[in-house]
Design a protein around this ligand. Sequence first.
Ligand code: FAD
Length: 321
Amino acid sequence: MILIFCETKDGKLKKSAYELSCLAYRLGKELKEEVSAWVISGAEGEDFFYLKNFGVSEIYLYEDKNLLNFSLTAYAKLLSSLIDEKKPSLVLFSHSSQGRDLAPYLSARYSSPCLTDIVSLEIKEGKILAKKPIFAGKVNQDLEITGKSPLFFSIRPKAITITECAKTEPRIVPMPVSELDFRIKVREILAEVRSLIDVTEAEVIVSGGRGMKGPENFVLLEELAQVLKGAVGASRAAVDAGWRDHSAQVGQTGKTVAPTLYIACGISGAIQHLVGMINSKVIVAINKDPEANIFKVCDYGIVGDLFTIVPLLTEELKKVL
Ligand code: FAD
């Protein structure tokens, strides 16, 4: 059995749940194993049942409102009892903050191998092969993973394309929730952060850097992002200056994103920023310095003052969208 850890947000499955099920379905076909999903009750009935389009055979459902906020110790305890009972060969997480915590924690508990932040996983001639970007994305490492199961993996968000898989009639298995271990517990998620679209989930990101000159000017990016139904990201310079929350930071010490469209405004294109957004499908850069490094990686470059260009873009896009 292949077990996938499905994350939820505001009662809905995150996109990463579908990415993991697609990947697990492909692996399951090779290994001749079924795919089972671990879901917290927050995902309302019909939403998690949608996993039936992605080849999931069994859904282990945990219903307890205390579980809605992530707790490493509580989740790990419940996951371990499931792993002990079902003995999955592979356990897949998204390389999110939850997956980053859980995958290594559980692998240490089982003394099993763990590979994190991988961008592909496949079975070839019976070998389990993974690809992992290293040195800030400059090199891809090809790895073969061996060792005793369960093998733990965290998969970089958006690295797997979501395609519909075989339709299934998943068995829903309500799981007992008792003796929760809350040594570590998220007590509160601030409303401001929660209301924003998470940059790792967004199809469009409008990011701002030091060139924004101050926090008040980010309203220009918010307006553009709103028209494009996207999220607002930031460079570390903007975050360090206190202009944006760290949850919006893109780059080596922030989040790795791969949206369909990434618009970089007043961002120079330092390598630490590029590694976080280089896999975006289309990159647009707006910068007044024609020599800025960001122009080396963008698909469309606009040389000019962002304070003139961004409002014009917003106006024109409002007309056509
Ligand atoms: P700058 O480099 O100062 O660039 C500002 C740009 O704005 C310039 O190109 C300028 O021409 C342009 N500009 C100014 N005014 C205007 C205007 N009116 N119109 C148009 N353009 C304008 N950085 C990250 O972003 N993410 C990370 O995760 C990250 N992690 C790091 C980790 C380490 C270990 C280290 C050492 C650094 C890290 N950095 C990270 C920092 C990184 O090296 C850069 O310092 C940072 O990305 C620069 O941010 P910036 O492009 O916004 O600012």
